[in-house]
Design a protein around this ligand. Structure first.
Ligand code: ADP
Ligand code: MG
Ligand code: MG
Ligand code: MG
Length: 401
């Protein structure tokens, strides 16, 4: 059973039974595959008698998108499992516990979070998460600071960069986020209704200049160990709890890419409120909640990151050069805004979309949401290097609306 092959549900049960002490001896387990099957299998294994359960995620050796498939390294399962374990140490309670990793099978066995809801679906359903900004800002401040040259031994960091080299998954990001949306390619997924706006993206030189700079940063700036795919579909939430999953895109990159991903996905939901809110009053109320969450997330992130730096900073010059911390945080805000813009644009015209927009049943409302998101995204990309405060991001969102 140990050489790689995609597991059947029965085989997943046998592996679960072999994990010492987890399920009672002789338990009769049930298994259901619950993943979307594009990149990975996700098995949910339960024992109805003891009430215990776990999740097994297995990487598939290919990615399947709109019928086509291309090979994709199984090493991402190792990266996911090692990153989850590291996150569990740096940000305890904010990720699922890893019970076991099987290299041959590209399999991670982890805590079952089925009592949580994928945050994207929660937001679509109108749920608010009052502790999300606090939790996600802690997650980001701690995982980013302690894997950067500010917060960890700089020689050890270089070795860790090597461990988390992730060229194939980075290439997906480089193509889908930082290239395809700005050119004419069959890889894009553009609704005919917004063909004019998509076309404008391919001819906007100012935009291309900024995206090229952000792309360069993504390619070259090994600033900290990123989650790499930190959208609201990678967050399990309840109003009391937040758990980040799915770090298979982890690599050493620019910190603003993670912070920007969170903000971008809140803004995609903001655009989707064209449909998901019952009426104008509910819409402006929920949108204000989302904007407050964005501001809180950034402000708490900045405050926590600076506090970690002041207490644990290991770089003498970075710790003491007058104005350096302020400059660093401002540049990080600028990156965050730029990457947020790129992540919004790709979800409207690129290959992979989000349910917040695509599941809007009414054509006219969906088109309005798409145009609004594109307007917000391009404004943020153009703002990025001039930004000095998170309020400027909010002003751009309001100006686009
Ligand atoms: P992928 O990389 O294929 O997107 P994810 O890690 O995001 O895989 O998992 C896909 C889905 O499987 C999630 O949206 C969720 O429904 C389910 N899932 C993943 N991990 C867990 C978990 N620890 N507990 C409960 N459900 C999970
Ligand atoms: Mg998926
Ligand atoms: Mg994934
Ligand atoms: Mg996922």
């Amino acid at each position: 059973m140990s050489s790689y092959h995609p597991l059947t549900e029965q085989e997943a049960i046998e592996i679960a039974q072999s994990i010492d002490g987890f399920f009672p001896a002789g338990a009769s387990l049930s298994c259901k595959e619950i993943g979307d099957g594009n990149l990975n299998l996700v098995f949910h294994i339960t024992d109805s008698v003891s009430g215990k359960s776990l999740i097994m995620k297995q990487a598939l050796p290919y990615a399947k998108v709109v019928g086509e498939s291309w090979p994709l390294t199984l090493d991402r399962a190792r990266i996911e499992s090692e990153k989850l374990i590291l996150e569990g140490k740096l940000a305890p309670g904010l990720v699922p516990v890893v019970y076991k990793y099987d290299k041959e099978l590209a399999l991670t066995v982890m805590e079952d979070l089925s009592d949580h809801v994928i945050m994207r679906h929660g937001l679509i359903g109108g749920t608010r998460y009052p502790l999300f900004a606090d939790h996600i800002s802690t997650f980001m401040a701690r995982t980013l600071f302690f894997t950067s040259d500010l917060g960890m031994n700089q020689q050890e960091k270089k070795l860790q960069v090597k461990t988390f080299i992730n060229p194939e998954l980075c290439k997906i990001t480089e193509d889908l986020i930082f290239d395809d949306p700005y050119t004419v390619t069959p890889n894009n997924n553009i609704s005919p209704a917004i063909a004019d706006a998509a076309d404008a993206l391919t001819r906007d030189g100012e935009l291309h200049f900024e995206v090229a700079l952000l792309r360069d940063k993504f390619l070259t700036n090994a600033q900290a160990l990123l989650h790499g795919d930190l959208h609201t579909g990678s967050v399990f939430a309840t109003p009391e709890s937040t758990k980040v999953i799915d770090p298979e895109f982890a690599f050493y990159g620019p910190m603003g890419f993670d912070v920007g991903a969170v903000i971008a996905n809140l803004l995609l939901n903001y655009a989707g409120q064209e449909h998901w809110s019952a009426d104008d009053l509910a819409r402006s109320d929920f949108r204000q909640y989302l904007l407050n969450t964005i501001v809180d997330t950034w402000k708490q992130f900045e405050e926590k990151f600076r506090a970690l730096w002041n207490e644990h900073g290991i770089d003498r010059l970075a710790n003491s050069a007058p104005g350096y911390q302020d400059f660093y945080m401002r540049r990080l805000l600028q990156d965050t805004i730029g990457f947020a813009g790129c992540k919004i644009v790709r979800r409207i015209v690129g290959l992979s979309h989000v349910a917040d927009i695509d599941r809007i049943p009414d054509d006219a409302k969906r088109e309005r949401a798409q145009r609004l998101a594109l307007e917000i995204g391009t404004r943020l990309i153009k703002l990025n290097r001039n930004a000095a405060s998170i309020e400027q991001l909010i002003e751009e969102v309001k100006a686009a609306s």
